[in-house]
Unconditional design. Structure first.
Length: 614
């Protein structure tokens, strides 16, 4: 019977896959517990013949010294002297370092190593891909910065808090490197083993601030070690603003101001690691499995804590965010709706009481008000029509000037060749072939002039309904009409474009483009720019029109879209940009604004929403 049992054990070891899960820390730590449980669940559900062993280095309590590693190796060799592992899964850096040191030992020699939770990103360039595969733990400071900005659009200060441990200081450096080029925000880094020191700084906190809580497992409070889960609780008593974390296990600690963050996710890392392990079991070569440096994180939002700051988690519009700590009671779920309904109900009752007491006076007031509104609307409509007409007449004046420049050269050519015709006739050079070429050349010139008139007429044709058109067509048609005029003033114009297409009123958009280009031309001439330049770019349904005319003075920047405001004296009407704003915002459902750039001004016409009905 004993021989049969030994044979069974022997055969089991031959055909089973022996997997060792080696954790850096103790299973009492929540992070390690989640990793281990997820790994075991995933392995058992996907590998039928796997034998799984779990060991823990527990390096939080026992420093990972060479002697400690050597003693632990002896322990493993004695315990597993009859087993050679096929696969070793390591969690976090210390376990990976241990395996790297002793990879050639008999119990590990034939094993492939799959890792997760590794902070040392430089190992992605050093590890042998024939033996190692897995998931690196990459913090995402910039993503957490974007979350902070969404929470507080007026953000001025970010407190970055960590303990003074090796991993804490390393994480602080990662955040410092990520934020070193960020302007307009004051980053205050607080890494200390003393929670009191950190609290003393936070007592005078900036109201427009958030706190990023990084590594805090090695802190002391009142000269005693403090439980890691209590650190955010204490901080929230002294710092009432939102707290962002970067590890998923801290997202929902009660009695804290933690609102979420872009977090390293223990469960997600374990699942991705097992996926790579399954690839290897399915005969994918190790060197093709490789490492994961991104996509192992998850964005979490604490719904209840956000609501305490008056923020609806859904309003933040953060893609793929996981919502936790959602309201449970009907009142909590529909609190805003219930309160709003009660307020509206009370207002309606008050209104009905007032209406019952003063019905006659209100009806009379409503009638008078209705008449005044109708009159105001009619006057406003007439005023807008007048402004449109004035704007169109001003644009026509500009276009007539452009046509004059377009026609000047061909008219000179016709006049010159007409004079030469007489001389050539007297010199007996006029024959049938001469007349044929003369007719062809001058008919081309006349057709060009005729096309210019057609372009002018089409430019001011009223759009009866919206049509689909390419933005480049609208821009190029305006540039074609103005090109000669701009060249005459030594102003170079360039156009770069993509295939952006919108639905709207093409001729009205052309009028806006004409206004902006003419303003740029006038500014170049007024400022005596020797080499004038106008650059137009079309990208993603946005038109950018830039010049090198020196920019718009700060004192008039907030007035340039006002009606009748002009810097051109009697030469300007002051309605071009005002009507351009009305056309873009009210007729094309877009936005028009400007910004001063180096040596000039850039106008931006944003038509991303032009296809939407308004």
């Amino acid at each position: 019977m004993k021989k049969i049992l030994l044979l069974f054990i022997f055969l089991t070891n031959i055909f089973a896959i022996n997997i060792l899960i080696l954790n850096s820390y103790s299973p009492v730590l929540k992070w390690t517990a989640i990793q281990t449980h997820t790994l075991i669940d995933e392995l058992q559900s996907k590998i039928k013949d796997a034998t799984i062993f779990v060991e823990d280095l527990d390096t939080k309590r026992f420093r990972p010294t060479p002697q400690r590693y050597q003693n632990y190796l002896i322990y493993l060799k004695n315990k597993y002297k009859n087993i050679q592992f096929d696969i070793v899964i390591v969690t976090d850096d210390n376990a990976l370092n241990f395996i790297r040191d002793y990879k050639n030992e008999k119990i590990f020699k034939k094993a492939k190593i799959f890792f997760e939770g590794i902070n040392n990103l430089s190992l992605s360039q050093k590890l042998d891909k024939h033996k190692f595969a897995g998931v690196f733990e990459r913090k995402n400071p910039l993503s957490n910065l974007e979350i902070a900005k969404k929470i507080n659009p007026n953000l001025k200060t970010i407190y970055v808090v960590s303990d003074n441990s090796t991993s804490g200081n390393k994480t602080i450096r990662q955040y410092e490197n990520a934020f070193k080029y960020i302007k307009g925000i004051n980053f205050i880094y607080l890494n200390s083993s003393s929670l009191e020191k950190i609290i003393n700084v936070l007592k005078n906190y900036d109201k427009n601030s958030v706190l990023m809580l990084l590594t805090f497992g090695s802190m002391r409070y009142h000269n005693k070690p403090i439980d890691v889960m209590q650190v955010p609780v204490v901080l929230s008593k002294y710092y009432p603003n939102p707290i962002i974390v970067h590890t998923d296990i801290y997202i929902n600690i009660p009695h804290t101001n933690i609102i979420g963050g872009d977090c390293t996710d223990a469960k997600q890392q374990a699942k991705l690691n097992v996926e790579k392990l399954i690839q290897y079991i399915n005969h994918t070569p190790m060197e093709k499995i490789g490492f994961i440096l991104k996509n192992a994180n998850t964005i979490y939002l604490n719904v209840k804590n956000l609501s305490r700051f008056g923020i609806n988690a859904k309003d933040l519009k953060i893609p793929n965010a996981v919502l936790v700590n959602k309201p449970t009671s009907l009142y909590e779920i529909y609190k805003v709706e219930i309160i709003s309904t009660l307020i509206i109900f009370i207002i309606i009752i008050i209104f009905l009481i007032l209406l019952a007491n003063k019905n006659r006076q209100i009806n009379k007031l409503n009638k008078n008000l209705e008449q005044k509104i109708k009159k105001a609307i009619e006057e406003n409509r007439k005023q807008e029509q007048l402004l449109f007409q004035q704007s169109k007449l001003a644009a026509m004046g500009e276009m007539i000037g452009a046509i004059a420049h377009q026609w000047r050269q061909p008219l000179n050519s016709l006049a010159l060749h007409t004079q030469l015709l007489v001389e050539d006739f007297l010199d007996n050079k006029v024959d049938e072939e001469y007349l044929y070429k003369y007719e062809k050349n001058h008919m081309d010139t006349i057709q060009f002039m005729s096309k210019t008139i057609d372009d002018f007429r089409n430019f001011f044709a009223k759009d009866k309904e919206k049509t689909k058109f390419y933005l480049k067509d609208a821009v190029l048609e305006v540039v074609q009409l103005l090109d000669k005029q701009l060249m005459n003033h030594h102003i170079f114009i360039s156009v770069n474009y993509d295939e952006s297409e919108i639905v709207g009123y093409k001729n009205e958009l052309k009028q806006v483009i004409l206004n902006v280009i003419n303003n740029a031309k006038d500014a170049v001439l007024a400022n005596n720019i020797e080499k004038g330049k106008i650059d137009i770019e079309i990208k993603d349904k946005i038109i950018y029109i830039s010049d090198n005319a020196g920019g718009i003075p700060e004192k008039i920047q907030n007035r340039i879209f006002e009606p009748y405001f002009t810097t051109k004296g009697t030469k300007g009407t002051g309605i071009g940009l005002y009507m351009s704003k009305i056309i873009i915002e009210e007729h094309l459902n877009g936005k028009i604004y400007f910004e001063n750039i180096e040596n000039g001004t850039k106008f931006i016409i944003d038509l991303k929403d032009a296809n939407e009905n308004k």
